[in-house]
Design a protein around this ligand. Structure first.
Ligand code: PXG
Length: 467
């Protein structure tokens, strides 16, 4: 790797406020802070900021750097492809080698009838592709009434108009007057909040039943698809109760509703299988992928599509007038191919399943006795710590939107660990190459940060302490 560059961080922060609008930010807050934290470099599982702080990256960037930072092979794959052919499109009966090879590789990993792949640049775009392809499929098939999508509250499916609409985040819906018509939301399988103390099987049945009820309410002949993340990520690492996905799968099949598995976070080893649907043993018709597909080294996303859907598109679909300039970008696809090669060669999927996943789950048990911890849960290498005001309950320090998570997160960052604070939880999603020692450090920092944050949590205004 080249020697780190010397940046003028104070000037960058000034320019950040003056000109740069970062993603998903409160711009008044960024201005008051005097600019964003500038991350300048990274290696392995550690990121470095402009002030020289080394921070263990418990979030793999933004749920994506599965193979860790500093992979020379990926740099070389990009450089070689850029030299040979930096860009050509996949419109108008052309293609380039990398996306064709990547599609074949993904078809092998997806298995079964998921043998076709459409490329885009982001997870949001992948879900926009799903939205249009699903409606086009039903229309082509002669069932044009099947236009409704069912999703869950608190799901995250992206930031574009279709992505936000399919998602179930009410605060996001409020920006842009969404969702668009034809998207319907049902309860999420969030047992700690919505089924606290309830029998696991009974809760799984109740959460799945809402989907069947919604299908019947809308009329099965009008329902196009159900979309869900195997484990909800941005919603707070919601791990569904045992039996939930099998029930959802059976309900979709019973009514001929397409099942879409949004694997943008769960794909590429995160849960200890190549895909979350494989872990839960269900068979989706479409699969959205992004993030870990290239470990975030370059933007690329994909939609896996079943043989049945493609058969209809071929026989009756005509031209599918949909696509992006960068659909199948050759450099991104070349990097993704190399990334998948690394994951396979280093056995990272098996490593999550048999080694670091169980190790992480075990390490989290050290938090069980903490008076602020309501639950510390994980599956593979994704996890959450629920922060409660009263041990043994799910009572929170604050109102519905929860402030405890961001408070604890800020202390964790100060102590050298990057996590996300989501409502009253902190969540973790480290690179799949994380070591046992790093997992131990992660949990130690969380334990210490909870203690440090406790006075601030207990000092939250009384009128915000409810529900
Ligand atoms: N589906 C899922 C399941 C995701 O997690 C997307 C789609 C959209 O992907 P793009 O590439 O368009 O961002 C995501 C993205 C957060 C956070 O706050 C999560 C995501 C993105 C940004 C922030 O945790 N997930």
């Amino acid at each position: 790797m080249a020697a780190p560059r010397n940046y003028n961080i104070a000037e960058l922060r000034r320019l950040d406020v003056a000109h740069h609008l970062p993603a998903q930010a409160n711009y008044a807050e960024i201005e008051a802070l005097g600019g964003s934290r500038i991350i300048t470099r990274a290696e392995g599982c550690t990121i470095y900021d402009g002030d020289g702080n080394a921070i263990l990256d418990g979030m793999a960037g933004l749920w994506c750097v599965n193979v860790g930072y500093g992979r020379e092979e990926l740099v070389r794959a990009a450089a070689e492809q850029m030299q040979e052919l930096p860009f050509y499109n996949t419109f108008f009966k052309t293609a380039t080698p990398p996306p064709v090879m990547l599609a074949a590789k993904l078809a092998q990993l997806l298995g079964g009838r998921l043998q076709h792949v459409f490329f885009n640049s982001s997870g949001s775009e992948a879900n926009d592709t799903v939205f249009r392809m699903v409606r086009h499929y039903w229309k082509s098939k002669g069932e044009p009434k099947r236009a409704n999508f069912i999703s869950r509250w608190n799901a995250y499916h992206g930031s574009t108009v279709a992505g936000v609409s399919l998602g179930g985040m009410k605060l996001m819906h409020a920006i842009g007057d969404l969702p668009i018509p034809g998207v319907h939301h049902v309860m999420q399988p969030y047992r700690f909040n919505e089924g606290f103390g309830e029998d696991e099987e009974a809760f799984a049945a109740r959460a799945a039943q809402e989907i069947e009820d919604k299908i019947l309410e809308l009329g099965p002949e009008s329902v196009a698809a159900f979309i869900g993340e195997p484990v909800q990520g941005a919603g707070g690492v919601i791990i569904p109760p045992k039996g939930y996905w099998k029930r959802v799968d059976a309900i979709c099949k019973k009514y001929g509703v397409l099942l879409v598995s949004d694997e943008v976070i769960c794909g590429f080893g995160r849960l200890g299988a190549w895909f979350g649907f494989q872990h839960f043993g269900v068979t989706p018709d479409l699969v959205s992928m992004a993030k870990g597909l290239s470990s975030g080294y370059l933007p690329i996303s994909a939609v896996g599509v079943s043989d049945e859907i493609v058969k209809v598109l071929r026989e009756k679909g005509g031209e599918f007038i949909h696509g992006y300039t960068y659909s199948g970008h050759p450099v991104s696809a070349a990097v993704a191919l190399k990334n998948l090669e690394i994951i396979e060669r280093e056995g990272l999927v098996e490593r999550v399943k048999d080694d670091v996943g169980p190790y992480f789950a075990n390490a989290l048990r050290r938090l069980d006795g903490d008076p602020l911890v309501g639950e510390a849960r994980s599956l593979g290498l994704i996890g959450a710590v629920e922060i409660v005001a009263k041990k043994g309950t799910n009572e929170r320090f604050t109102g519905k939107e929860g402030k405890a998570g961001p408070i604890v997160r800020d202390v964790c960052i100060k102590n050298g660990l990057m996590v996300r604070g989501i409502r009253d939880s902190i969540v973790m999603c480290p690179p799949l190459v994380i070591t046992h020692a790093e997992i131990d450090r992660m949990v130690d920092i969380i334990a210490r940060s909870l203690r440090e944050a406790e006075p601030a949590l207990r000092a939250l205004p009384a009128d915000e302490q409810a529900g």
